[in-house]
Design a protein around this ligand. Structure first.
Ligand SMILES: CCCCCCCC/C=C\CCCCCCCC(=O)SCCNC(=O)CCNC(=O)[C@H](O)C(C)(C)COP(=O)(O)OP(=O)(O)OC[C@H]1O[C@@H](n2cnc3c(N)ncnc32)[C@H](O)[C@@H]1OP(=O)(O)O
Length: 186
């Protein structure tokens, strides 16, 4: 079973900027305190993403024991968070902040603890401030590994926002931003 998701006809594909990391290079974390990618977030998932071909981004997640939902398997919310992260990172090519407006995940197979998941996410196109993304996950190492089997898929709509969007919450930030914009990527 899979959810419905229709891409609009008037999608625009962005140009890849000159200063964007090249294929195989690591994308910078967008905020060091981020639960998904931040290296200064002890409870976080510390996901690292690399640039793939075109508008694709790759991410990996070691499925730790404390990511458990049902006995022995990953929690669906953790998997959704990982998709949110890599699909958000696929938007980095726009060089503007984005937030998630809508995310839908299809859980195709159970994913055991101890797995290593590989995510492939891409920016499918933009319409005004709307950024359409999609992604798949595969188990590439650990129990039940089979890189030919897609274990989950995701579709996400992100919205570009101004930096003022984050001003509303600056008094709640638990650290000093690495840049005035609250992102370590600039
Ligand atoms: C100089 C270089 C700088 C580089 C900087 C790089 C930075 C890094 C970049 C990237 C890495 C990012 C990695 C992130 C990973 C994690 C992300 C998260 O988890 S974010 C937390 C969860 N999300 C929220 O907290 C959002 C809460 N929601 C809101 O704030 C608003 O609802 C918001 C901003 C999403 C939209 O509100 P509105 O007032 O701005 O816009 P409206 O007018 O409502 O919508 C604009 C268009 O979008 C559609 N839209 C909005 N929400 C929709 C939805 N849920 N479903 C479908 N369409 C929706 C609307 O229908 C409209 O479409 P029409 O242009 O008229 O066609």
């Amino acid at each position: 079973m899979s959810g419905t998701w229709t891409l609009p006809d008037d999608l625009v594909l962005p140009e890849i900027p000159e200063n964007h990391p090249r294929p195989g290079e690591t994308l910078p974390q967008h905020w060091s305190k981020c639960f998904g990618c931040g290296d200064d977030q002890p409870s976080g998932m510390k996901m690292h993403c690399t640039v793939g071909d075109g508008l694709e981004v790759h991410g990996r997640l070691d499925v730790a024991t404390h990511y458990q939902g049902g006995p022995g398997f990953i929690h669906g919310g953790i998997l959704t968070t990982a998709f949110d992260e890599v699909q958000g990172m696929a938007c980095m090519v726009l060089q503007r902040p984005v937030v998630t407006g809508h995310l839908q995940v299809d859980f195709a197979r159970p994913i055991p603890l101890g797995s290593v998941l590989e995510f492939r996410a891409r920016l499918d196109g933009t319409v005004r401030r709307k950024v359409y993304t999609s992604a798949e996950a595969r188990i590439v190492d650990g129990p039940m590994a089979d890189p030919d089997v897609v274990v989950a898929t995701s579709r996400g709509l992100f919205l570009t926002v101004d930096f003022e969007h984050f001003e509303q919450a600056k008094e709640f930030v638990d650290g000093v931003p690495a840049s005035p914009h609250g992102t370590s990527s600039v």
